[in-house]
Design a protein around this ligand. Structure first.
Ligand SMILES: [Fe+2]
Ligand SMILES: [Fe+2]
Length: 292
């Protein structure tokens, strides 16, 4: 097969239908068309997405582990980064697997994630207990571990030929992730960025309430952060509260990514991290549209 892996799929850019990335930090997201139920194409797209995410988690750990504080852990992180980068390049450079190769394809993705889950758990505990004094928050280890575990579950479902996403799972997983991203951003902004810090914390509250699920979550999100929720529903009047909040946070992250790249926001946020969380918000929206 000589066709590229991108045929029959949609490439998502920061600006819809842009011909090329707007900066060296923007990474396009390639996903199956909305009506596509083919497990192999979903496996390829999600593996492509997740292995790049894993490579970046490893890179972020390394950036937050000065030699002086965590030389061994940093070296391990850089090895994971190299390994997942290689895996990503291999997937990106080949078409989706044939039906008969789906299981072995998924194995090749899930197996390397296992020791990385173990690393995130072990170092999360060490950082929490004070045994490790890196600059990685315990919650950042937990957050990235939850993502690794979730991609593993997703891959295992696809190996069984099940591409369907369940709305309850999608909402529960991603609202928690969005809540934590918002709180990460709030704590990585320059302490002088009062207004943005407040917006980020408010968004975190909205997602933590929406995480409770159903009408209860929506109502408590509305009660906790009326301006944020009403504001986002006003912008997206045709949507339910979760989709509306997800679109609002994607817009916030896209704008923040540009402002961080352009140094219009004062922060210690690496531009690769702002694009990373932007892509995760984009994936949330995409999954929400597919979920039943
Ligand atoms: Fe992530
Ligand atoms: Fe994340």
């Amino acid at each position: 097969m000589t066709t590229t892996s991108h045929t029959q799929m949609h490439t998502y850019m920061r600006t819809p239908d842009a011909a090329r990335p707007e900066s060296k930090y923007e990474k396009p997201v390639i996903l199956p068309e909305m009506d596509d139920k083919d497990p192999a194409r979903h496996a390829w797209a999600d593996a492509r997405f997740a292995t790049d995410i894993m490579a970046e988690h490893a890179l972020f750990f390394a950036l937050l582990m000065p030699e002086e504080l965590a030389a061994r852990e940093r070296a391990e992180a850089l090895r994971f980064n190299a390994q997942f980068t290689e895996l990503f390049n291999r997937i990106d450079g080949t078409p989706p697997p044939e039906r008969g190769d789906l299981k072995s394809f998924i194995q090749s993705v899930v197996e390397p994630i296992k020791p990385f889950i173990e690393y995130k758990a072990r170092l999360g505990d060490a950082q929490g207990s004070g045994e490790l004094r890196s600059l990685v928050w315990p919650l950042f280890f937990d957050h990235t571990r939850h993502e690794a575990e979730r991609w593993t579950r997703r891959m295992e479902n696809l190996a069984k030929g099940e591409p369907e996403l369940e709305r309850k799972e999608v909402v529960s997983f991603w609202t928690n992730i969005m809540d934590e991203h918002a709180r990460f951003v709030a704590h990585l902004l320059d302490p002088d960025e009062f207004e943005l810090i407040e917006r980020a914390l408010n968004a975190g509250t909205v997602f933590s309430e929406l995480h409770k699920g159903g009408i209860v979550g929506t109502v408590s999100a509305l009660v906790a952060e009326p301006t944020t929720v009403v504001g986002s529903l006003v912008q997206n009047p045709e949507m339910d509260a979760v989709m509306s909040a997800a679109k609002t946070i994607l817009d916030f992250k896209t704008e923040a990514a540009r402002d961080i790249e352009g140094a219009r926001i004062k922060s210690i946020i690496d531009p690769r991290l702002s694009d990373h969380v932007r892509r995760e918000a984009l994936k949330f929206i995409d999954e929400l549209k597919r979920a039943v």
